[in-house]
Design a protein around this ligand. Sequence first.
Ligand code: MN
Length: 258
Amino acid sequence: MTINRRNFLILISATVGYMTLGACQASEDNSSSSSTSSITTSTPKIETEIAQNTGVFQLTPLPYEYDALEPYIDAKTMQFHHDKHYAGYIKKLNTAIAKYPELQDKSAEDLLRNLNTLPEDIRNAVKNNGGGYVNHKMFWEIMTPNGGGQPEGKIANAIQESFSSFDDFKAQFNQAGLNRFGSGWAWLVLNKDGKLEITNTPNQDSPLLAGNYPIMGNDVWEHAYYLKYQNRRSDYLNAWWNVVNWPEINRRYETAIS
Ligand code: MN
């Protein structure tokens, strides 16, 4: 394999990124022990993550600790969800585009928006794993410790105008999550007509596939809630509002309408 300048830079940035992540994890995992033993115990983990993090799309750490969304979303769910499921989508997305250099400077969003122009042999892989990548990237960011409460900014007014009240909006959004049979997502999107709309999609289908912009979405795959809530998807949907990051959702809305 020849290493050109671009691949070399990606490799370096991935390595530096994971050295940083490794250092964070070492200090979180065991703050009372000496730094030497922390580094020793976390070495295998770092090597694994570097190995799957050398592609175009990068696995970045969560913007908060695994247990930061407790008691609404438990630490074990967040760890498996991020480190295994999300990492898996990224790895498979990188594999799908690896043999098409012309696709490697495109954003995942653009790949999804233009899915039908992609080589046929990777279309399904990009739909599933590109969707898994962008859906979860948004999902981590629209949640936050000490979140919840009322919407703020322009999205607050837009929700009021479109759904008559915040409570009505929440009820319709939860219903969209309950109505999705099997695995999928509940969404608030800005649709092609510039209107807010509640919808749901199966699997990892992104609203971008249909020309809609995802303002916020909740993951209703069992992997998102089963360890804590088992079959009680409704309880998960209700609890989720306590971790919603309204400033970030408002930022996405303002980006979408500008
Ligand atoms: Mn998920």
